[in-house]
Design a protein around this ligand. Sequence first.
Ligand code: GCO
Ligand code: MN
Ligand code: MN
Length: 394
Amino acid sequence: MADAFDPVPADQFTFGLWTVGNPGADPFGPRVRPTIPPTEIVAGLARAGAYGVNLHDNDLIPFGASAAERDRIVAEFKQALSDHGLVVPMATTNLFSHPVFRDGAFTSSDPRVRAFALRKTMAAIETGIELGAGINVFWGGREGVETDAARDCRDAIKWYRECLDFLCAWTKEQGWSQRFALEAKPNEPRGDIYLATTGHMLHFIETLEHSEMCGVNPEVAHENMPGLSMVHAVAQAMEADKLFHIDLNAQKIGRYDQDLRFGSEDVKGAFFLVRLLEGTGAYPGYDGPRHFDAHAYRTEDVAGVWDFARGCMRSYKILAERARCFDADAEVQQILADNHADPYGVAPLLSSYSPAHHQAILDLDLDPETLSQPGRRYERLDQLAFEHLLGVGV
Ligand code: GCO
Ligand code: MN
Ligand code: MN
């Protein structure tokens, strides 16, 4: 039965072809589900209430397809998109499956492999543009090592930068206004992947020639695998105006990359993430597509895949609703206001250096004993978050 949490295109939910299309193979066993043709995925996502579909070049066009075959596949896919009213906001390049990339793509020690990776990426960007994608994600799955004897990490970073600078310059020369979103991951499939976290990426971006074109694509699972906070990674990206795209899913800390249904683990983390994206707290939210990079449990058949997809979207909307209630709660607002209060007008003195500010700070009556006294009431605040999250007293 339909309710307020049923997704509609205005929610801007997107899925990758590779997510709902995941056939359930893992390193220990083969696929358990049939291939769903891309045009059927489009139809299924439209039925489920999604807004768009994203893809790697090879999710749609097989590696090595002839130009004629490619054109036919792309035309058929475009037809399905227009038949079902779905858009393609993001396109990406598979630089990890083919054995040519077994020691990296943009960071391969072999310049011919790097050239091949560039060529493949340019073709993928062109396909994306043909499908209307304004964002290109770069996930360097094979950009790493098992042994640091292989190369100096500084060379890898330099080659990565050269490739991105090349692609930015080429894209600009074509007159396209693309946005590149770089996705970090600490490991898997490589022992160590370069630029392991969103924080690493944010710094790397500032070293690029066209840094204004580049932002990040943080993923819940990738920040949580090493036990980092996705909320802090996303907030830092938002503060820097660099949240260009997002990969929503769920993950238990310390495991392999699980790519679970959004909200299915660390519900409180998901709650604070959605609160951030929806902007129900302190700052404006994120206005880009809400993309799910997750897949159904291997236990599921195709019907279970659609349960999974609907679950991701409904959980997001339920969390958004809970976040709105939390931020509208007078007690929550009071605790936050009390903690942020500035009755002595101190904050402006800290906002910039000047000799007058310096002197005013020295003149302040700041007694550490007095300042240590008030409890912050975060126990109560967090309990309120928990109760709103579970719908108690609503
Ligand atoms: C992974 C990654 C990928 C990327 C995708 C888009 O760990 O496998 O998250 O799913 O997001 O390749 O570039
Ligand atoms: Mn992942
Ligand atoms: Mn991802």
